[in-house]
Design a protein around this ligand. Structure first.
Ligand code: SAM
Ligand code: SF4
Length: 460
């Protein structure tokens, strides 16, 4: 009889990391490791880490400290994966004597084999080499699946990695160092994976990459990101397509037009601007100006008036003065983002900006962040309130966190809607009238079937 063991994974950081965790769980299923949500009963504890900013990096060390006793008491195997593992490599083993495994960002497929080595010989392992063949990008199948290539987050929506790594080298960013150079997966592989997901009942796919709009670079085939979207749009069973992240510099006219041409492409784009000051954008090495960013946003709004816009912004980058910060606020006010992810600049060892001299004081960074977030809260609430009374297409994802009588789903613009309904609705597209807008979600009422307009196939 095969002994089943338990794996507990703690995930930090972006969607790419969440997706990597899913892939690791699939891989480990084959080695008879089943997921547990309770670290205390795990035979293998893995921390999947993020090093984009200092805060998530620090969390890794405190998480490791929390699990030390499980190593001592139960002999659990403890590992670190992701960006911190890639960045620190063998130094982590030196620093943390009870750590067994360090797994870099390209080494995920090797985890079962390394785990077996630890189980047999008790040796401590570190694998952080970059894989040039792109094997680390291959889809990892759910066990016993008859079709090649797929991961499933849940039945309704699924992430699909289309490329990894980045060639941009923005001066503040660690990603090119820890995820490696840009590498795209072949369109054939991606299409097969998405077809398989559709067969499994997935309705929404979320395409992932550090810079999806340079998809195709270095592939043996002539294909742009927009062309890939065009192929995916034709796959039966898939109702919605989303993607992240796009770089403003590479946002092509073809991609902007895709928002009006492809029916399944949701009306939402996440387009990080980082700063509104041309001087700062230049030292960040972003490759666009405030004006050219605003021009692209204007064009997106012309082509797709209902498009929802979100972005990332950094405050307190070295050299950022009051005037620069005002430019950032001005850009935000001009665009009116639906939501913003805002960060204080955090120096990352090995990046160019970490060497810049004119650092901004911590208190100034914090004050600027608070001002910016306060303004954005007002804009977000107002944008949500604009939807009151409107009927939105909602893809139902599961039970609402707020009440057992409610279900929750998302609009095409990616806003969460809670409404009364039962779990039979999960996976369905339903029309919901928005009755109340809040800061982070919307409340609504489903339009009963007999009141729906004919000829709206999505709702039938
Ligand atoms: N590729 C995406 C782009 O260029 O827009 C961003 C990917 S990065 C993992 C996610 C976000 O983290 C960035 O958009 C940026 O706002 C933030 N970020 C990255 N490095 C940072 C740093 N050193 N300090 C603060 N925020 C940072
Ligand atoms: Fe980092 Fe810039 Fe690449 Fe985005 S584009 S991942 S911010 S280097």
């Amino acid at each position: 009889m095969i002994m089943e063991k338990r794996v507990y994974i703690e995930t930090y950081g972006c969607q790419m990391n969440e997706h990597d965790t899913e892939r690791i769980l699939r891989l480990l299923e084959v080695s008879h490791y089943l997921e547990t949500k309770n670290a205390k009963e795990a035979d293998f504890i893995l921390i999947n880490t993020c090093s984009v900013r200092e805060k998530p990096e620090h969390k890794v060390y405190s998480a490791l400290g929390r699990y030390k006793w499980l190593k001592e008491r139960r002999g659990a195997i403890i590992g670190v994966a992701g960006c911190v593992a890639q960045q620190e490599g063998g130094k982590l083993l030196d620093r943390i004597p009870y750590l067994d495994m360090v797994i870099g960002t390209h080494a995920i497929p090797m985890i079962p084999q390394l785990l077996q080595r630890i189980e047999i010989s008790g040796e401590r392992v570190c694998e952080t080499s970059f894989d040039q063949d792109g094997k680390y990008l291959e889809a990892i199948l759910p066990q016993n699946s008859p079709v090649v290539g797929s991961i499933r987050l849940d039945k309704v929506k699924s992430y699909v990695t289309i490329m990894q790594g980045c060639d941009h080298f923005c001066s503040f960013c660690i990603v090119p160092y820890v995820r490696g150079r840009e590498k795209s997966r072949s369109s054939q592989e991606i299409i097969e994976e998405v077809r398989h997901l559709a067969e499994m009942g997935v309705k929404e796919i979320f395409l992932l990459g550090q810079n999806v709009n340079s998809y195709g670079k270095g592939l043996g085939e002539e294909i742009s990101f927009s062309e890939l979207l065009g192929y995916l749009d034709q796959i039966e069973g898939i109702e919605r397509i989303r993607f992240t992240t796009s770089h403003p510099k590479d946002l092509s006219e073809e991609l902007i037009q895709a928002f009006s041409k492809l029916p399944k492409l949701c009306e939402h784009i996440h387009l990080p601007f980082q700063s509104g000051s041309d001087r700062i954008l230049k030292t960040m090495h972003r490759g666009y100006t405030k004006e050219s960013y605003l021009k692209k946003i204007g064009h997106l709004k012309e082509v797709c008036p209902s498009i929802a816009l979100t972005a990332d912004v950094i405050v307190g980058f070295p050299g950022e003065g009051e005037e620069d910060f005002k430019e950032t606020i001005d850009l935000m006010e001009k665009v009116q983002f639906d939501d913003l992810f805002s960060f204080k600049y955090s120096p990352r060892k090995g990046t160019r900006a970490a060497q810049f001299m004119d650092k901004v004081e911590e208190k100034v960074k914090q004050d600027r962040l608070s001002i910016l977030q306060e303004i954005q809260r007002g804009i977000t609430l107002r944008k949500n309130q604009e939807l009151e009374g409107c009927i939105e297409e909602v893809l139902v994802e599961g039970q609402s966190k707020q009440s057992a009588q409610d279900v929750a789903g998302r609009t095409r613009s990616n806003k969460i809607v809670n409404f009364q309904g039962d779990l039979n609705l999960v996976g369905k597209l339903v029309p919901v009238q928005i009755t109340k807008a809040y800061q982070h979600s919307l409340r609504g009422e489903m339009i009963p079937t007999h009141c729906r307009l004919e000829n709206t196939p999505a709702y039938q």
